[in-house]
Design a protein around this ligand. Structure first.
Ligand code: GDP
Ligand code: MG
Length: 438
């Protein structure tokens, strides 16, 4: 998320940090470039202008000229101003138990998925017992989709909503309480585009439900259209805040900045994947720290360059080309053993907190032998294409390596996790390591 801004800003400041002193025209030049980055990342031009104006005003003050590291100081100002624009973290208001949260938004933005994600989150974090309601009557499949997700996650789902009129909606709290539930999430119908009929319908539903919170669900990939949609839903239905879905993608992410500033409403959560657990409270400080500030690229490159000396060179080349095989995996494990703590290595990466499943060095030491044996028992084809490893092959490999099928499965799982991690690293753009592998 926001990799685009992150990458560009990092580059910009890397260049800037080579200068000791920053003149007024240096600052102007870099602010101009930051403004372009923001615009390219789909930040609305008015919001970008305000952000840059604020940074300039602070940068021209005395602090910068007195600072030992002016470029870092400037980066600090930018960070603070971005956090200011994104506002403080906010949580969904639930007035009393048994209250209703209503989700609205265009079709395909992720309302139904988000309804279940929200239910799960509130259950885990606030101990609430969710009751899911689908008011999407446009397609029969829409209700079934929610019902299937509710069932898979063990949530109660309202039945018979299809024959409730607006009057009937008032009974929802009662039906929920009867099932022992105390948190109602209402999923609604969307349309591909904003239309008056949808707004009227949602407005009537909202009046009948009197939810404690109405949340606009927005697709992060929508780019510039976000504001148009946000404004239409604000005037048509009204809402208290937003959830941005698909935030994990290659999204340029500027929309969250524009939304917050223009609509003056908080972003409660971001959706970061299709899984029901893929939802995170929106935390402006953490987000900005990820984008600018926390990733120590220089340190990472240094460590990686140590690691890729010798053996690793070949591997790094292949990874950069996008092929990560079992052969690489085993080499990588040996490398990790040499390097010591891999957490400290990847901890330097922005977004490292997302990299679950990173191999820990102690595990590596104890598993390495077994994994080597397993990989040795594979045919070359299997090593190049783990997808072909079916039950029969796994059994043969386990036998050949004196291990159990569970061990083989564990290795395969870890291999895929590592492969995914490599993908992320490629995306977060550590262009730096390429210097060492060309
Ligand atoms: P609705 O029409 O607004 O109810 O949208 P759905 O909940 O049916 O979601 C539409 C598609 O977006 C589905 O394929 C979801 O799996 C997907 N989706 C929803 N939220 C996210 C998210 O945060 N990340 C990703 N990658 N996909 C999501
Ligand atoms: Mg839906």
């Amino acid at each position: 998320m926001l990799e685009f801004i992150q990458e560009k800003i990092t580059k910009l400041f890397d260049r800037l940090s080579k200068r000791g002193v920053l003149s007024e025209s240096d600052i102007d030049a870099v602010l101009k470039e930051i403004r372009i980055v923001l615009l390219e990342a789909d930040v609305h031009y008015r919001v970008a202008k305000e952000l840059i104006d604020n940074v300039r005003q602070k940068a021209m003050g005395e602090g910068l000229s007195r600072s030992i590291d002016p470029s870092r100081y400037l980066l600090g100002i930018l960070k603070t101003e971005m956090i200011n624009i994104l506002g403080p973290a906010a949580s969904v208001r639930i007035d009393t138990t048994g209250d209703v949260v209503m989700l609205v938004g265009l079709q395909g933005t992720g309302k139904t998925t988000t309804a279940v994600k929200l239910a799960r989150h509130m259950k885990e974090k606030r101990g609430l017992k969710p009751y899911l309601v689908s008011l999407d009557f446009t397609r029969p499949a829409a209700q079934e989709q929610l019902a299937a997700l509710a069932k898979a996650n063990g949530f109660a789902m309202d039945e018979g909503t299809s024959d409730r009129g607006h009057e009937g909606l008032k009974d929802l709290r009662l039906s929920s309480a009867r099932r022992g539930c105390d948190f109602i999430v209402v999923d609604t119908a969307g349309r591909l585009h904003v239309d008056g009929e949808l707004m009227d319908e949602l407005r009537r539903t909202k009046d009948a439900l009197r939810p404690s919170a109405t949340i606009l669900v927005i697709d992060s990939m929508m780019g510039h259209d976000v504001l148009k949609v946000a404004e239409s839903f604000m005037s048509g239905v009204g809402y208290d805040g937003a959830i941005f879905t698909k935030f994990e993608g290659d999204s340029r992410g500027g929309a969250v900045i524009s939304f917050r500033k223009t609509m003056g409403r908080p972003i409660f959560f971001v959706g970061t994947g299709e899984a029901v657990s893929a939802i995170e409270p929106f935390d402006p400080e953490r987000l900005v720290a990820r984008v600018i500030g926390s990733g120590d690229m220089a340190g990472l490159v240094e460590k990686l360059s140590e690691a890729v000396a010798g053996d690793g060179m070949e591997q790094a080349k292949r990874i950069a080309k996008g092929r990560f095989t079992f052969q690489d995996f085993i080499k990588q494990m040996r490398m990790i053993k040499r390097l010591g703590s891999v957490e400290s290595l990847f901890g330097m990466l922005p977004g490292a907190s997302r990299l679950k499943g990173i191999a820990r060095s102690e595990d590596v030491r104890s598993d390495l032998k077994r994994y080597e044996a397993i990989i040795n028992s594979m045919t070359n084809r299997e090593r190049d294409d783990p997808d072909i490893l079916n039950g029969r092959r796994k059994q043969r490999i386990a036998k050949g390596s004196g291990t159990r099928v569970e061990d083989v499965n564990r290795l395969i799982k870890r291999f895929y996790e590592t492969q995914r991690m490599m993908d992320i690293i490629k995306k977060t753009g550590i262009k730096g390591i390429q210097k060492y592998i060309q």
